[in-house]
Design a protein around this ligand. Structure first.
Ligand code: C2G
Length: 130
């Protein structure tokens, strides 16, 4: 049983998120997702997510690519989550390229290309200008 783990906020869920999760799931037998808490997102991006944590978790849990999700409370606990869930592969979008290479001692680390021309920030800007 090969376990894949990935992390993200997945705010205002869009096709770029779906593509990432679909490709991550294809790398193993089960996919576990760490969903950033609202507090972590405020630290990372300087603002609260549009969708609250509970709702973002519900959306991620409802996807057929995803077997299980949990709250990611801090960026620094990836090694802990990898061991806790017995992950064999860590998948991250290539906006994080190289940032998690130190975890290669624990599991395989794979960076997947982002889907071009879509982001939560852009969606928020477009909606804000309508
Ligand atoms: N993503 C993608 N293509 C896009 C937009 C996002 O492939 N057009 C991917 C990101 O690379 C990431 C995942 O979708 O792997 C979730 O995106 P975010 O919610 O923006 O994740 P982020 O805030 O970068 O959180 O611990 C690390 C973080 O929690 C990652």
């Amino acid at each position: 049983m090969k376990t894949v783990i990935t992390f993200g906020t997945f705010d205002v869920f869009h096709v770029g998120h779906a593509n990432l999760l679909q490709r991550a799931a294809a790398l193993g037998d089960r996919l576990i997702v760490g969903v950033s808490t609202d507090d972590l997102n405020i630290k990372k991006k300087g603002r609260a997510p549009i969708y609250k944590q509970e709702d973002r978790m519900k959306i991620i849990n409802s996807l057929r690519y995803v077997n299980f999700c949990f709250e990611e409370e801090t960026l620094e606990k990836k090694a802990h989550y990898i061991s806790l869930y017995g992950a064999d592969v860590l998948v991250m979008g290539d906006d994080w390229l190289g940032k998690f290479d130190h975890l290669k001692t624990l599991c395989e680390v794979v960076y997947l290309a982002r889907t071009p021309s879509i982001s939560t920030t852009e969606i928020i800007e477009v909606i804000g200008s309508v």
